[in-house]
Design a protein around this ligand. Structure first.
Ligand code: PRT
Length: 95
């Protein structure tokens, strides 16, 4: 699912279709994307602090999406993040 979303974001970055929100973020550039990641992370914190699961679901989704846009902007494939998690997991299992 996240890989599918990453693929759509890659496509948006390459094709820049007019009217797409992802195009808007890439056109605005890295500072805008960083701002959105910061805002969405703060909104996740507030939702969690309020123990508001509905809000938390919504904000966590926004954060994951904007994080994937940031990784694309930084040319870092999401697979590399997953690999780090996998390596940590394997190291822990072998201890
Ligand atoms: N998963 C998402 C997704 N999550 C959040 N968002 C957008 O993130 C924004 C978050 O809301 P905010 O109120 O914080 O931001 P805003 O006021 O709309 O925008 P700003 O002016 O603050 O930048 C909303 O506009 C959401 O539509 C997303 N936009 C797109 N996707 C997916 O990305 C793919 C490509 O979408 P498009 O680029 O829109 O074609 C599709 O699969 C979409 O479902």
């Amino acid at each position: 699912m996240l890989i599918d979303l990453e693929n759509i974001i890659d496509q948006r970055e390459k094709e820049r279709p007019e009217g797409a929100y992802t195009t808007y973020l890439f056109e605005k550039g890295v500072d805008k994307i960083l701002k959105k990641v910061g805002e969405e992370a703060s909104e996740v914190i507030i939702a969690a602090k309020n123990r508001d699961q509905e809000e938390l679901k919504w904000e966590a989704s926004d954060l994951l999406y904007h994080l994937l846009v940031l990784l694309r902007e930084q040319e870092l494939p999401f697979k590399e993040v997953l690999n780090v998690l996998q390596e940590r997991h394997v190291q822990k299992e072998n201890k």
